[in-house]
Design a protein around this ligand. Structure first.
Ligand code: FAD
Length: 435
């Protein structure tokens, strides 16, 4: 295998000594703003207090009450905008590193094998979860803990969604994703992979097979195209496809020439969100000669988080702001550059490869094969407040990016937690009424 693709995680975790020292700095505020800053209201002061006393297992148990994915959240949540950004010490630039502490607790417990989740009898009903990104995994974990029999159907060959095939290895090690999923499986959740709703089966089949409810957590996996003159040239690809190929090459599942970028290539990434940053930084790590992010708006309008932007700059990625793409330049069917308009003048950014990262939207496979599920005009599934997360079709629920547009892992988890409660209430009511 070409080891260019096996990226090492760039951030080191705490040692136990460092974790205890960091936890001891926590002021244990009466009104913990870190907790209100966390979308899932994790019990942050409580678990940090346990870490400060060296009680790592208790800390893990506290975290597990709110999250099935702490080793992942500890690595990829935008902490600077959430818990850490709200910490009272943030004003002095000395905020408690909550994310790193959460990561430490989850990793330490995994290494030491301290906590075993209790097995709960599955007597309350049967739920099908479609999609195994953070939304599907959260619904599955929460419902299994509450005594539901859960089967997760995933279109890809392995569960994990964007966690596995989107976020690059240098930010999120794939073994970490696999072990958090293994833990959810150990709660009694069954995973069926290579199984696409709307193709391999339909929602009708699931209900006929005895499921009481279904959850759609299929994300937004259709990447938006940028159709400009010259689009027919080769060398123009979706950034999300590129990121997926990099992960697969790192695992020896595809060959190096399927990954689009060769050492020395000039790469242009169109768009300036986190997908663009991940693609640009991955291209740099693969040895691209130059990597330029072209963005039609200004630096302050960039959707990428500050941390990701700074990471890209540190990696040597260049940025062209207020650069409106107008066309793709090409020669003999191969792309040679991106034509942009900057301050009224046209310019060409030379490129051997152009990666598009201008957004994504939901696929229609499920809604087009199941009548009765309404979507917005942009394809997002419409859900209601009571029972929380139910679509316009009784018994079918949805949550995560497929409902609220692409956001963050923890936003998908937050919604999914509420939907899990909605599903539990719906099934309990249904059983009570005998329907
Ligand atoms: C490159 C990239 C980097 C990101 N970086 C961060 C970050 O650092 N921090 C952060 O918080 N957020 C980040 N995000 C956003 C975050 O990953 C998403 O908001 C989150 O994964 C959404 O979760 P989800 O469960 O709704 O959907 P997804 O994670 O998209 O999962 C959907 C799953 O459903 C499956 N599926 C789709 N259709 C079907 C079907 N018909 N049948 C069966 N299965 C199906 C898919 O294969 C997939 O596994 C990033 C996103 C991307 C793309």
């Amino acid at each position: 295998m070409d080891n260019r693709f096996g990226f090492e995680e760039e951030n080191r975790g705490y040692t136990p000594k460092e974790a205890v020292a960091e936890a001891k700095r926590c002021l244990d505020c009466k009104k913990p703003l870190c907790k209100t800053g966390c979308p899932i209201e994790q019990s942050i002061p409580e678990f940090i207090k346990e870490v400060s006393k060296g009680n790592f297992g208790t800390a893990r148990r506290i975290i597990s009450e709110r999250s099935n994915l702490p080793a992942i959240c500890g690595r990829v949540c935008p902490h600077e905008l959430q818990c850490e950004g709200h910490c009272i010490l943030h004003a002095k630039g000395k905020e408690i590193r909550v994310g790193k502490l959460e990561r430490f607790v989850a990793d330490f417990d995994y290494e030491a094998g301290i906590i075993t989740d209790p097995t709960v009898a599955k007597t309350r009903g049967k739920v099908a979860v479609i999609g195994s990104g953070p939304a599907g995994l959260t619904v599955a974990g929460d419902l299994a803990r509450q005594g539901f029999n859960v089967v997760v159907y995933e279109a890809q060959e392995e569960p994990g969604g964007v966690l596995l095939y989107g976020i690059p290895e240098f930010r999120l090690n794939k073994d970490v994703v696999r072990r958090e999923i293994a833990r959810i499986a150990s709660l009694g959740v069954t995973f069926i992979t290579n199984s696409t709703a709307g193709e391999s089966f339909t929602l009708e089949t699931l209900f006929k097979a005895g499921f009481d409810a279904a959850f759609i957590g299929t994300g937004t996996n259709l990447s938006k195209d940028l159709k400009l003159p010259g689009r027919e040239n080769s060398g123009i690809e979706q950034a999300s496809y590129f990121l997926r190929m990099v992960v697969m090459a790192g695992e020896g599942k595809v060959t190096a020439d399927e990954v689009l970028i060769n050492p020395g290539d000039r790469v242009v990434v169109v768009g300036a969100g986190n997908v663009a940053m991940d693609a640009a930084r991955s291209a740099k790590r693969l040895g691209a000669g130059t990597v330029t992010v072209a963005y039609r708006r200004t630096e302050k309008d960039m959707p990428a988080t500050r941390g990701e932007y700074e990471g890209a700059i540190a990696d040597g990625v260049e940025f062209r702001f207020s650069a409106l793409p107008k066309a793709y330049a090409g020669n003999e069917g191969k792309v040679t550059g991106l034509v942009v308009e900057t301050e009224g003048a046209e310019d060409i950014i030379d490129a051997d490869v152009i990666l598009l990262a201008i957004g994504s939207r939901p696929a229609k496979r499920i809604v087009s094969t199941t009548p009765g599920i309404e979507t917005s005009d942009r394809g997002y599934v419409i859900t209601r407040e009571k029972p929380y997360g139910m679509t316009t079709l009784a018994g079918v629920f949805a949550g995560g990016d497929v409902v609220h547009e692409p956001a963050t892992v923890v936003r998908a988890m937050k919604e999914a937690k509420k939907v899990a409660d909605g599903i539990a209430a719906y099934i309990d009511a249904k059983k009570l009424l005998g329907i």
